[in-house]
Design a protein around this ligand. Structure first.
Ligand code: ZN
Length: 148
């Protein structure tokens, strides 16, 4: 199948990627509301960041912030998706998947830098894991349960 095309599951007709109905047999297609990534991955919110390993993918929000003289909150933390390179005692060394570049993602205790007046506070991170693997394990577990 050429990339970007989909095949009608009913008659096998090749349709454009955005077709919502088969032009050949009028068979309706499932609407692709979810992005490919949301379909193939899932987010884990509760985990210990110290257990992250090289190559793990994470999504990062929160983190350091700066309070201006007017009392305005200015976020300074790392944002977006990262691939874990390694850990140190204060956080995660990671490579930005979209923007690129290495970042140190602060995960330790809150700390105010006297020079920059930046408040360092732990980032919120979610781990991005492939969905397919997990689903397989789940169904296997179910089978085992029903047999016992
Ligand atoms: Zn069709």
């Amino acid at each position: 199948m050429p990339k970007g095309k989909k095949t009608c599951e009913k008659c096998g007709h090749e349709c454009g990627p955005r077709a919502y109905m088969c032009p050949e047999c009028q068979h309706p297609f499932m609407f692709a509301v979810q992005s490919k990534e949301r379909k193939t991955t899932r987010m884990i919110r509760k985990f210990d960041w110290k257990e992250l390993q090289k190559g793990d993918r994470i999504k990062v929000t929160g983190g350091s912030y700066y309070i201006s003289d007017d009392g305005e909150y200015i976020p300074m933390g790392c944002r977006g998706k990262f691939t874990v390179i390694g850990l140190d005692k204060n956080g995660i060394i990671a490579y930005g998947t979209k923007e690129g570049g290495f970042s140190h993602i602060w995960m330790a205790k809150d700390k105010l830098s006297k020079d920059t007046k930046i408040h360092r506070t732990a980032h919120r991170i979610v781990k991005i894991v492939p969905k397919i693997k997990v689903n397989k394990n789940k169904s296997q577990n179910k089978k085992e349960l029903s047999y016992s």
